[in-house]
Design a protein around this ligand. Structure first.
Ligand SMILES: [Zn+2]
Length: 356
């Protein structure tokens, strides 16, 4: 695909999704959601508002054209990397009991497979921004001193856009609202997959989505080693923390359904755990190769969400700050979808309290 064709595809897909969201949600609120395109030459997405929280919502999602091109090229290269089988010796050892995919081209037309994966990746980015807007995170963040305006910027070059580095409570509010947007995006994409696919196609599309999500988050992360985090710092959680928070949602959410009976799909929880680990691991290795990095930096690969150094302390802060701001979000959010709203189970809270 030429760059302009990738951009056309992204515009087409996101215009359709925007129309659906307007029909099902914004029209009822007397407001409107618009998608805008930016010529910034880096990976950039932004959620902005042109209304007060007590007015009908005028919401905007902006993506750069370059976001679409970079994502598609990552997917294309990653698919070729998997197809090459060059690291299968390593994967054989790590994923001994899992018949991992040897190709991501589940359509005979390879380009079509990349397009499908691209659509799920770009839709996840869209829903991440929508999650910020639906829950009015811009208003919440401004109230807590994260930003002077209500715009929320997500880009892979945070240094370019964020001039002040957040710390303390403002950083915690910013981090947890990022997690809430990730949660919203992931569950919304899974709901869409369950609505549109079944059987082997659902399996292939789910795998494709897990790889696309891992590629987006590794693009945010780059090839840097993981930095130990006990207290939130800056505007976003480290992308590897985000990856470890979002991937389990896939098997937790699918667990609510009888996939065999309702969707003629034989995926069980163990398959999904393996699938998400494999996608995250291969995306990480691919990213290192793409960056010509020799060896694997410390803590670079996905692990259990609480296993990284400092994570118990960090997630305690996340749970506390979410409990503190959630009542404020409840008052201003534009729509309720209990499935898609960030929540922490009693069991998880207990694990944090007991120190892991
Ligand atoms: Zn965000």
């Amino acid at each position: 695909m030429e760059d302009f064709e990738i951009v056309d595809l992204a515009i087409d897909v996101l215009s359709n999704v925007t129309s659906l969201v307007n029909e099902s949600l914004y029209s009822e609120l007397g407001g409107e959601l618009k998608i805008l395109w930016s010529t910034k030459n880096y990976f950039y997405a932004c959620a902005s508002v042109g209304s007060e929280v007590d007015e009908p919502p005028k919401h905007y999602i902006t993506l750069s054209y370059e976001t679409a091109v970079l994502l598609y090229r990552d997917i294309e290269l990653y698919s070729k990397y998997i197809e090459s089988g060059i690291d299968n010796g390593m994967f054989d050892k790590i994923f001994k009991d899992f018949n991992y995919p040897k190709t991501l081209f589940f359509h005979s037309d390879q380009e079509l497979s990349c397009k499908q994966m691209f659509i799920s990746g770009v839709t996840w980015i869209f829903y991440h921004e929508l999650g910020h807007l639906i829950q009015e995170h811009g208003y919440i963040r401004k109230k807590h001193g994260c930003h002077v305006c209500t715009d929320i910027v997500d880009c892979a070059s945070n240094d370019i856009e964020n001039h002040t580095v957040l710390s303390g409570r403002a950083s915690a509010v910013s981090h947890v609202t990022e997690m809430a947007a990730d949660y919203y995006a992931t569950v919304s994409c899974l709901i869409a997959l369950l609505m549109h696919f079944e059987g082997e196609e659902l399996e292939a599309e789910t795998r494709s989505f897990t790889s696309a999500l891992a590629l987006v988050l590794y693009r945010f992360h780059g090839i840097n080693p993981y930095e130990r985090t006990e207290v939130p710092y800056g505007s976003h959680p480290q992308p590897l923390i985000r990856l470890e928070q979002t991937m389990p949602l896939i098997f937790e959410f699918y667990d609510k359904f009888d996939l065999a009976d309702e969707k003629s799909c034989n995926l069980n929880r163990a398959d999904l755990v393996n699938m998400t680990s494999w996608s995250s691991f291969t995306a990480g290795i691919f990213w290192l190769k793409k960056g010509n990095q020799k060896g694997i930096p410390e803590d670079f690969m996905i692990s259990g969400s609480l296993q990284r150094p400092g994570m118990i302390e960090y997630h305690r802060v996340m749970v506390d700050i979410w409990d503190a701001i959630n009542p404020e979000i409840e008052k201003v959010k534009r729509h309720s979808n209990p499935y898609a709203e960030l929540q922490f189970s009693d069991q998880y809270r207990k694990i944090l309290q007991n120190g892991g």
